[in-house]
Write a protein that binds this ligand. Structure first.
Ligand code: GDG
Length: 532
């Protein structure tokens, strides 16, 4: 069967664009044991993320070139990896064999290859159709398929082996996100000498939801291979600690989990039952879990938004929209977690009720293409497009539609110009680990104008108290909040924006990375074996 062509995709914070080229499967059997690697690598700092920090591109003569990915995480970690002379392990983004490791921008880049079947089962399947909906409070029904889990184990093992081969004795390895939750345990089994950190970029769900996962115990024990586990919010951390107690029968004290040596770190071994672990007389480790809210490179957004060409483009955008008095903006990957339909419903009703209307008000809705091979995303796109069509059909005047819908990806300059052009930014996620768009909007508003409508269900809501906080499920509340934000006085807008800007400036992505790594440096704390 021929494979569909690769799709363009919006950059996410981890720049996880999807795409698949013809299959070159070279899969390892699931039951293959982890072998202890005899040789350590030479890198004292290793980042392991689902994607490499570069994208494959074609050079002028048709040759392969690697270009830096634009994502915020790359911007944050690149200087640290470079300074440490470190390595970055990740998937290059196409199906097939990975290129040989190569050096780029002062980093040693190590590609991990995925076959087309693994792109389907691991990436589109277990990551994006099982874990993603499950961890976002089952907004869409998660699918539990055993072959997908098998692929997840196999691919995680490949990442762990690649990391183990790069890490120098005693190295620090920082593993990222829900695609790689088994890597900490697998890596520890290979290399007990390394210090392992893990950061989860998406929410960690409450136990009643997490408990649906047939492999819940393996996920928890896989994560517990780390010395330090970072989450976006305090609530995510608490959910994880509860999962340690409930799914794995472990003891927690404050933010620490006691992990007996008998707990198996390798996912395809389900491990002994709870009572056996508790009666175990061996040694144990302590693993710490804490919140480290991620942020953006605020200074670079501020600098971008102050450029003459970007400011001129912002004016051009308002002109192109017909110089309305109110520009509302939404910018998201087209993802069902982002509450795009709730936003449209509220806006449509506000127009129905005449509380806002064309040509004075327009909504610019940027919904960047994302994960288009996953069914839920295709269905969502259809629904969004029908809804936009309905609102425009009902309320447009010739040349003045109330919604400008853009299913495209843009360069950062255009994003900054859009942020500058918008009077009200709408972030209505139903669930969102952090939401960097909210922080980017704030970073761009140097003149302290503009209003942010922000869902309570984002990590950003814990930090940006100057926002108009909203429950996006409450359509009446959302409508009122949109209208209130649109009518905010300049003085109140300034007060709110100033406090948010202070937060975003002081707690930027460099602060996030440094605080995580400082905490990791203090780990692990080995607990002595109890006296027999
Ligand atoms: C995950 C978690 C957490 C979007 N479209 C374009 C574009 N973007 C950029 C935005 C922003 C990033 O993508 C999206 O980040 P978010 O945080 O809003 O959301 P996710 O992609 O879901 O990220 C999230 C994050 O990880 C970090 O931990 O905050 O909760 O879900 O930077 O600007 N960038 C460009 N063109 C686009 O069309 N250049």
């Amino acid at each position: 069967m021929s494979q569909p062509a690769p799709l363009p995709d919006a950059p996410t914070a981890l720049d996880e664009r999807s795409g698949a080229a013809p299959a070159q499967p070279r899969e390892q059997p699931l039951a293959q044991p982890l072998e202890r690697s005899l040789e350590a690598g030479g890198y004292s700092f290793v980042v392991v993320a689902s994607r490499l920090p570069v994208d494959r591109a074609e050079g002028p003569d048709g040759e392969t070139e690697w270009r830096a990915s634009p994502g915020g995480l790359v911007a944050a970690l690149e200087p640290i990896v470079r300074e440490a002379g470190g390595a970055w392990v990740g998937w290059p983004g196409d199906a097939g064999d990975a290129p040989e490791p190569f050096d780029s921008s002062g980093m040693h880049l190590v590609g991990v290859g995925l076959s087309a079947a693994e792109v389907r089962d691991f990436y589109e399947g277990f990551c994006n159709a099982t874990l993603w909906p499950l961890y976002h409070d089952v907004i869409a029904p998660p699918q539990f398929r055993r072959p997908w889990w098998d692929a997840y184990v196999r691919v995680n093992r490949r990442f762990a082996q690649a990391a183990a081969a790069q890490a120098a004795p005693g190295a620090t390895v920082w593993v990222h996100d829900y695609q790689l939750q088994l890597v900490p345990g697998m890596l520890r089994a290979l290399r007990a000498d390394v210090r392992i950190g893990f950061f989860n970029h998406i929410p960690f769900p409450g136990y009643e939801i997490f408990a649906q996962l047939p492999w819940r115990r393996q996920i928890v024990t896989g994560l517990l291979g780390a010395d330090l586990l970072g989450f976006q919010r305090q609530g995510d951390t608490a959910n994880f600690l509860r999962a340690c107690r409930r799914a794995a029968g472990l003891t927690t004290r404050g933010s620490r989990v006691r992990v007996p040596d008998s707990v198996p770190a390798v996912a395809d071994h389900p491990g002994p039952a709870r009572h056996q672990w508790e009666s175990d007389g061996g040694g144990s480790r302590e693993v710490r879990a804490a919140a480290f809210p991620i942020s953006i490179d605020s200074a670079s957004y501020e600098a971008l938004a102050s450029r003459d060409d970007v400011r001129a483009r912002a004016r051009e955008i308002r002109e192109a929209l017909g110089q309305p008095s109110l520009v509302l903006l939404g910018v998201d990957r087209l993802d069902y977690t982002k509450g795009i339909l709730h936003r449209l419903t509220a806006y449509g009703e506000v127009l129905d009720e005449g509380r806002l209307g064309v040509p004075e008000a327009v909504l610019v809705l940027v919904a960047s293409p994302s994960r288009e091979r996953v069914e839920q995303y295709r269905l969502l796109r259809d629904e969004v497009e029908v809804t936009v069509g309905r609102i425009n059909g009902k309320h447009a005047e010739l040349g003045n539609p109330p919604v400008h819908y853009l299913h495209q990806s843009y360069p950062r300059e255009e994003m900054a110009a859009l942020y500058l052009a918008a009077d009200v930014m709408l972030v209505t996620s139903l669930r969102d680990g952090m939401n960097l768009v909210a922080k980017e909007y704030v970073a761009c508003r140097a003149d302290e104008t503009g209003a942010l409508v922000l869902s309570e269900f984002t990590g950003a809501a814990d930090e940006l108290s100057g926002a108009f906080l909203v429950n996006p499920h409450d359509i009446e509340g959302l409508k009122d909040t949109i209208v209130r934000a649109a009518a905010v006085s300049p003085a109140e807008a300034r007060r709110r924006m100033r406090s948010m800007r202070r937060r975003v400036r002081e707690h930027d992505v460099a602060y996030w990375a440094a605080s995580f790594l400082r905490a990791l440096e203090k780990s692990p704390e080995q607990a002595p074996a109890p006296a027999r």
